[in-house]
Design a protein around this ligand. Structure first.
Ligand SMILES: Cc1cc2nc3c(=O)[nH]c(=O)nc-3n(C[C@H](O)[C@H](O)[C@H](O)COP(=O)(O)OP(=O)(O)OC[C@H]3O[C@@H](n4cnc5c(N)ncnc54)[C@H](O)[C@@H]3O)c2cc1C
Length: 502
């Protein structure tokens, strides 16, 4: 018999960074018309982290879910398009490869493209795997285009994301969320009040006053005020797998053409990013503090950023890992409060977005079912662990040994799940894939082959294909991609038209 539903009347989101406003926006949209109130409280004393400017394609999907017009968001947040990441120096100074978004190639004789390509290598094809990626072809040429799904062509299976100004994005989402009825309070939380059953009942604000709620979302950033401090949920520390624990960031003036991709350049103590925005460039050097001081890294970053700095370099610290559970009692942690994986593949905002989407998918009532909480935690664990493995793979497959940092990877353990994945891949190019994995097989194959890691053999299912015919087809795909891309607008011109007021 159906029991009477006791809906949550009052949602409280603590924190107004990208995670807080993204979650509030989604809750506001989903709960519109239900009578539930969503309140976001953000401290006037504590800034948002102010980084987090590169995304993955799902962010564009989130804009669609929210009904936010993409040109409007791109215009207001000074965004550029991102077709993937160019990795430089990961196997040595002259080495570079692409991790493009979207699909690579297409099935040949009904068999997966990767195995057909692998077999073609055994028959003399020297073109790399990502030569068959529409996004990589556009990125190399600094051109851009969004295919019309109604008019499929050889670029249709490209993928793209955005680079945006983090502060402008949080402001944009704040405006949108408030239009959906979310109430904003400027207040500094000084205490968390819990009932006798351990559930959070209210957050107390500096200067008096408190905010009561039925359900609380902890978006307070690395502090994790609610789930960590108050509810005492521990942290799984993944430092042994991902030792980088610090970053220096600096913005520089815009220079040269706008690249439609993020750059990730391997350095002596870690790696450095370059994110092009329309008004400036974001730069950061992510490193392991066991091997170098922040002062020295700041100096290296400024020497290599390649543009005049806008402001002083900022230093950040973090610990790779995640909360033991991200939903506990009547509280969910979303964003940096739930964990952090270094920004090599720009996955933090994605994780916050997944968390918010999972929360609305498993929307609780006031009587929270323990199975709902467990399912949410299970889903988020899978997301975190699969992204962790993908990031570790970039380092553990490097043969660099020119500094103590890079040498340390020889002794470092790798997660057992990744060990299994790599062993299976190395035998016949197969991957253990989970439907929840952010990074599809094409991504794993792009990075593994980019790092020079190849399977010993290809899958026997492609044995029947005629190598000459396959080769002719591959040449045609490569040629037609180059040809089509050369007809496109430059990234800069496409952006100019895309954001022009209609
Ligand atoms: C070096 C580095 C680079 C990164 N690059 C990327 C990237 O390229 N792509 C990506 O996806 N992610 C990246 N990230 C992660 C990304 O920055 C975050 O995931 C994202 O900004 C979300 O942060 P947040 O909202 O959880 O926390 P924050 O931005 O820190 O916001 C915390 C909020 O909590 C509020 N708050 C704190 N204490 C209180 C209190 N007592 N009372 C009331 N309010 C309070 C603050 O005022 C603030 O509004 C990067 C992170 C780092 C460290």
């Amino acid at each position: 018999m159906l029991i009477k539903h006791r809906p949550i009347q009052s949602w409280v989101v603590v924190g107004g960074g990208t995670a807080g406003w993204m979650t509030a926006a989604l809750l506001g949209k989903v709960l519109a018309g239900t009578g539930a109130r969503v309140t976001l409280v953000e401290s006037p004393e504590i800034d948002t982290i102010g980084v987090g400017e590169a995304t993955v394609p799902s962010f564009v999907d989130l804009l669609k879910v929210l009904g936010i017009p993409e040109p409007d968001f791109v215009r207001e947040t000074k965004s550029t398009f991102k077709l993937g990441i160019k990795f430089t120096g990961w196997q040595g100074p002259e080495h570079s490869y692409w991790h493009p978004f979207g699909n690579i190639g297409a099935r040949i004789d009904g068999q997966p493209f990767f195995h057909q390509w692998l077999k073609s290598q055994a028959y003399g094809n020297s073109s790399g795997y990502t030569r068959y990626s529409p996004s990589a072809a556009m990125a190399r040429a600094h051109r851009f285009f969004i295919p019309d799904p109604q008019k499929p062509n050889n670029l249709t299976r490209m993928g793209y994301a955005l680079h945006f100004d983090a502060s402008l994005a949080a402001r944009y989402l704040a405006g949108y969320a408030q239009q959906q009825g979310v109430k904003r309070i400027a207040g500094h939380v000084v205490d968390i009040r819990q009932g006798s059953d351990g559930r959070i009942e209210a957050v107390a604000l500096k200067g008096g006053g408190q905010l009561q709620g039925d359900f609380f979302v902890d978006c307070s950033g690395q502090r994790a005020l609610l789930l960590g401090d108050a509810l005492k949920v521990g942290y799984c520390n993944w430092h042994e797998y991902l030792p980088v624990d610090a970053a220096v960031v600096v913005q520089t003036e815009k220079r040269g053409t706008l690249q439609p991709y993020t750059e990730a350049i391997a350095e002596e103590y870690g790696w450095r990013w370059r994110i092009p925005l329309r008004h400036r460039t974001g730069n950061g050097y992510v490193f392991c503090s066991d091997y170098c001081s922040g002062d020295r890294v700041a100096e290296l970053l400024l020497n290599n950023a390649g543009g005049r700095p806008v402001g002083d370099p900022r230093r950040l610290r973090f610990v790779a890992g995640k909360r033991e559970k991200m939903w506990h009692r009547n509280c969910v942690a979303i964003g940096l409060s739930s964990g952090f994986l270094e920004p090599l593949e720009s996955t933090s905002i994605y994780l916050a977005m997944r968390a918010a989407l999972n929360l609305v998918k498993l929307l609780p009532g006031r009587d929270i079912c323990p199975h709902t909480e467990a399912e949410y935690n299970r889903l988020m664990d899978i997301e975190y662990e699969s992204i962790r493995d993908f990031i570790v793979m970039h380092y553990c497959t490097s043969r660099r040994d020119d500094s103590p940092f890079w040498k340390s990877w020889r002794q470092r353990p790798i997660p057992p799940s990744l060990e299994t994945k790599l062993a299976l891949y190395k035998s016949q190019g197969r991957l253990v894939h989970n439907d929840l994995d952010l990074f599809a097989e094409d991504s794993w194959h792009a990075v593994l082959t980019g790092m020079g890691v190849f399977p010993r053999d290809y899958c026997p299912a492609v044995q029947a294909s005629d190598p000459e015919k396959t080769r002719a087809l591959l040449d045609r795909i490569e040629y037609s991609l180059e040809h089509s891309v050369n007809q496109l607008l430059s990234h800069e011109e496409f952006l100019r038209r895309f954001i022009a007021p209609q």
